[in-house]
Design a protein around this ligand. Structure first.
Ligand code: GN1
Ligand code: MG
Length: 358
C-alpha cells in the first residue's frame, strides 16, 4: 500500500517525502488513509488519501467533477470546505494501474462524534448540515451528475429488496422472515415521501445525502463545526431526508450496528437538539410540507437503510464492508428496532418539530 500511496502522492505533486501511513476505518464504502509527509524543514504535513469503491460508485470521475463544482461554489460563498489536490493536468483524481480512482485532501486536525451525549454538539451538528444546505441553495443542481441514481428513492429500494427476497440468491431469506414481515408491513408508509417527491410535491434541493454526524469535523479545542465532509453523494434530493438520515444516526442511543437491541432507542432530547440546529439554520427556506414530513423522513430513511443492509445480506454482502459474517443482518435488526421506536414516538417528535419551527 505504501508504494501505491507514494506514487499517487507524486502524481499530485505533494511536497516532501512520505514518512508514514495509517488506515482510517470509519467509512463503510471507500478505503481511506492518512499519509504524513516530511518537509525539508523537518515538520510533517498530513493528507487524506482515498480510493473510491468503484463497485458502489461506478462513475468515479463524475463524482470528482461534482466535487470540483460543489467545493468551488462553497469556497466562493466564503464557506470552509475540503481542499482537494490537483494533478499537473488539473484533475482532482488519479487512476492507478488497476483502474482505481484515488483522491487526496488536506488533513484537517479535528474530532468527530459517532455517538454523542452532548446536546450542544448535537445542535451544532444540525447547524452544520443546515448551513451546508444553505450554502448550496443557489447552486444549480442540474450541473451535477446523479452519481448513484435513486439513492434515496425509498420506494425503489424496497421494491429491489422484495425482488431479491423472491430470487433469494444465497438461500438466506428463510432465516429472516420476521424482518421481512415487518418491513412489508411498513413498506407503503416508508415509501410515501419518495413517491410524493417524484410527483413534484416537494422542492428539489441540492442535498448532502449522507448526513451521519461523523461527516462533520469539529475543532478539537472550540468544539465548533469546521467543515462538512464526504461529498460523494451530493445530489439533488429532499431536504427532509438529510434531516432524517442525520437524526437516524445521532439520536440513536446505540451504534448503527449494535447487536444488543435493548440498547437501541430513539432519544427525543437528542432529536430536539438536532432540530434546533438544523431547523434554525434552514427555517426561512423550508416549506410547510417539508416541515410536516421531517419525522416521516427519519422513519423512512431508517427503514430504507434497514432494507439496504438486508438486501446486501440476502445478495451475499457485496456492497457494505462487513467485519463479521452476520454484520449486515445485525445492522438490519438495529435499524428496524430504531424505526419501530421512531414510529412509537411519532406524535411527540412531530410536536418537537412544530415547536422548533415556530
Ligand atoms: C455508507 O461509507 P459511508 O459510511 O460514508 C452509505 C450510506 C449509509 C451508511 C450507513 C454511498 O456510507 O448511504 O447511510 O453507509 N453510503 C453509500 O453507515 O452507500
Ligand atoms: Mg458516505
Amino acid at each position: 500500500m505504501t508504494e501505491t500511496i507514494r506514487k499517487i502522492g507524486e502524481a499530485f505533486r505533494l511536497p516532501g517525502t512520505l514518512d508514514s501511513t495509517e488506515a482510517l476505518t470509519n467509512g463503510n464504502i471507500n478505503l481511506t488513509c492518512r499519509a504524513n509527509y516530511r518537509q525539508t524543514d523537518g515538520s510533517l504535513r498530513a493528507y487524506v488519501f482515498q480510493r473510491i469503491n468503484t463497485a458502489v460508485f461506478s462513475k468515479p470521475v463524475e463524482i470528482m467533477q461534482n466535487i470540483d463544482l460543489v467545493t468551488t461554489h462553497i469556497e466562493r460563498a466564503q464557506g470552509r470546505t475540503l481542499h482537494f489536490h490537483h494533478t499537473a493536468e488539473g484533475k482532482n483524481y488519479v487512476l492507478d494501474g488497476e483502474e482505481n480512482l484515488w483522491r487526496v485532501m488536506d488533513w484537517v486536525d479535528s474530532v468527530t462524534f459517532n455517538t454523542c451525549d452532548d446536546l450542544g454538539i448535537i445542535e451544532a451538528t444540525g447547524r452544520a448540515f443546515g448551513n451546508f444546505q444553505n450554502q448550496l441553495a443557489d447552486f444549480d443542481g442540474a450541473q451535477l451528475f446523479e452519481t448513484i441514481p435513486d439513492f434515496h428513492n425509498t420506494k425503489k429500494r424496497l421494491d429491489t429488496l422484495f425482488s431479491h427476497i423472491a430470487e433469494d440468491p444465497c438461500g438466506r431469506a428463510a432465516s429472516v422472515q420476521e424482518e421481512i414481515a415487518w418491513i412489508a408491513s411498513v413498506r407503503e408508509l416508508a415509501g410515501e415521501l419518495s413517491v410524493r417527491y417524484a410527483n413534484g410535491e416537494f422542492p428539489v434541493r441540492v442535498t448532502h445525502n449522507d448526513t451521519k454526524s461523523n461527516n462533520v469535523l469539529f475543532d478539537p479545542e472550540t468544539k465548533q463545526p469546521v467543515v462538512v465532509i464526504d461529498l460523494d453523494t451530493v445530489m439533488p434530493g429532499m431536504a427532509m431526508y438529510d434531516f432524517g438520515d442525520a437524526v437516524r444516526f445521532i439520536a440513536n442511543t446505540a451504534a448503527e450496528d449494535e447487536p444488543d437491541l435493548s440498547k437501541v432507542s430513539f432519544d427525543t432530547e437528542k432529536f430536539r437538539a438536532f432540530c434546533r440546529g438544523f431547523i434554525g439554520a434552514v427555517r426561512s427556506s423550508l416549506t410547510q410540507p417539508e416541515l410536516d414530513g421531517m419525522v416521516l423522513a427519519a422513519f423512512s430513511v431508517t427503514v430504507e437503510l434497514a432494507s439496504r443492509f438486508l438486501d446486501d445480506y440476502l445478495t451475499g454482502d457485496t456492497y457494505f464492508k462487513i467485519n463479521y459474517p452476520e454484520h449486515n443482518l445485525v445492522r438490519t435488526r438495529c435499524q428496524i428496532a430504531l424505526a419501530k421506536d421512531i414510529l412509537r414516538k411519532r406524535d411527540a417528535l412531530e410536536q418537537i418539530v412544530r415547536e422548533t419551527a415556530k
